[in-house]
Design a protein around this ligand. Structure first.
Ligand SMILES: Cc1cc2nc3c(=O)[nH]c(=O)nc-3n(C[C@H](O)[C@H](O)[C@H](O)COP(=O)(O)OP(=O)(O)OC[C@H]3O[C@@H](n4cnc5c(N)ncnc54)[C@H](O)[C@@H]3O)c2cc1C
Length: 425
């Protein structure tokens, strides 16, 4: 095997260990239902939690977070609050603050990081030419077609959107590719089995999958396993034993998804224009009562009539910010039914493209042990050799943990190099 070329530039995510994300996106544990999410988002006192985790149908999405932020703002408006504090400047916080500001309500946004966007994080990398390239370390695609409220915003802003058909990946590695028809049929059967198995009570997703593997007809076991690895595990990054069998499997992801040239940041920065943003201001405590709220943060204390909290569910679970009095039982119960998976990205820029071309720039690499990584090759769309790697679960842990960013980038490039060589390209 030859050495993998060294990237000219790289950027690496650390969502799993980042104290302001603590994982990728929220997932239902066994016993959780869409109502769990609504319960988390129900107002209490003068507080409301909003974000991707509180959307009952479109969780785990940027546009869902934005819509949830707007929902929280509507509640504040309906209560007649004159000033609102917003914790977090991701899509939900921006959606909330923008709606409030448009209605003439003062809304200060307290953001822990030195940037806006949260789990939508676009980075700019140098290239071999004079131009740089914007790549995503978090959210990448506008998904769920017409239900995506940010897609028309991006279009109206004149953003160039590049489609990706997830059903037509270039598959490298082992075992051999599974066509879209087989994949669709296995997933339909899995959903039918979930429906049947969960009539009486919720089960762990692993239980339903194990029963399917034990009795895979009309498919064979290897086919079912491969489809589960690529369609279910890849979409969650969490051990299936932890997850509810009723999990939504990211409905609406597939054909019609588009990524934004210039990144999510171009859309979110435009939406955040003119907002009262306090970057680098982690909120450590929220004291709430029937008369108002008090926030403790790096710069001291702030008071408002109400607060919209958009910190990710996994961050709230870890006790940040601290609520005084504590979160009501309903919200605590809802949080205990959520978890987050591990999904990491590495953005790589090279001097030239040395990996194979795929129709839509979408590549999947299997390692032969049930682990699959996804790759978005930006080269054709941008005319620059740039590729983003997406690793989940154990494979991400193996490549990321204990390694600095340059070693992660090198390790990831090696995976692409080996797959390219074994495909004889
Ligand atoms: C690797 C990856 C890939 C993804 N791919 C896609 C995709 O292709 N398409 C898609 O639609 N979605 C995707 N998602 C999901 C999407 O990014 C999220 O659902 C969405 O961005 C969440 O928005 P949010 O506002 O709810 O939370 P966040 O974006 O996490 O915003 C919360 C904000 O709160 C801040 N914060 C946290 N704690 C505090 C505190 N104590 N004080 C002050 N501020 C605090 C955080 O810094 C953050 O800015 C992806 C996510 C990841 C991680």
């Amino acid at each position: 095997m030859s050495e993998a070329p060294t990237p000219l530039a790289h950027a690496v995510s650390r969502w799993h260990e980042d104290p302001f994300s603590r994982g990728a996106w929220s997932l239902l544990r066994v016993g959780g239902t869409p109502a769990t999410r609504s319960m988390l988002g129900r107002p209490f006192g003068r507080v409301i939690i909003a974000g991707e985790a509180t959307h009952p149908e479109q969780s785990g999405m940027v546009h869902a977070a934005f819509d949830e932020g707007r929902r929280a703002a509507q509640w504040c408006l309906s209560q007649g609050f004159g000033s609102v504090a917003v914790v977090g400047a991701g899509a939900a916080g921006i959606g909330a603050a923008r709606s409030l500001q448009q209605a003439g309500i003062r809304a200060a946004v307290f953001e822990a990081r030195e940037r806006i966007g949260g789990r939508a994080w676009s980075v700019e990398l140098p290239t071999a030419t004079a131009s740089s390239v914007v790549m995503e370390l978090g959210a990448n695609w506008l998904q769920q077609g017409e239900r995506n409220t940010l897609a028309p915003v991006a279009q109206a802003m004149g953003c160039r959107l590049v489609p990706t058909d997830f059903h037509r990946p270039l598959e490298l590695g082992h075992p051999p590719a599974m066509g879209p028809q087989t994949t669709g049929a296995v997933m339909a059967e899995l959903h039918a089995r979930v429906e049947r198995a969960t009539v009486q009570r919720d089960l762990g997703l692993a239980e339903v999958v194990d029963a399917f593997l034990a009795d895979p007809a009309p498919f064979d076991r290897a086919t079912v396993q491969r489809v589960v690895d690529s369609e279910v595990f890849l979409d969650t990054g969490a051990p299936l034993g932890e997850l509810s069998a009723r999990l939504g499997f990211e409905a609406g992801v597939g054909a019609g998804d588009r990524w934004i040239v210039g990144g999510y940041r171009s859309v979110l920065a435009a939406l955040a224009e003119g907002l009262d943003l306090r970057l680098g201001t982690p909120v450590t405590g929220i004291h709430w009562s029937t008369s108002g709220v008090e926030l403790r943060h790096a710069q001291g204390e702030s008071r408002a009539d109400a607060v919209i909290v958009t910190a990710p569910a996994a961050v709230l679970q870890a006790g940040s910010p601290r609520f005084d009095p504590p979160l009501p039982a309903e919200q605590q119960a809802a949080l205990s039914l959520l978890t987050a998976g591990r999904v990491e990205k590495a953005a790589l820029v090279f001097g030239e493209r040395w990996w194979p071309r795929s129709t839509d720039g979408y590549i999947r690499i299997a390692d032969g042990a049930g682990r699959i990584s996804e790759w978005l090759d930006l080269s054709d769309a941008l005319g620059l050799p740039a590729i983003t790697a997406i690793f989940v679960g154990d494979w991400a842990a193996e490549l990321w943990d204990g390694h600095d960013d340059a070693s992660v980038a090198a390790g990831v490039a090696r995976v692409l190099q080996r797959a390219t060589e074994s495909a004889g390209r």
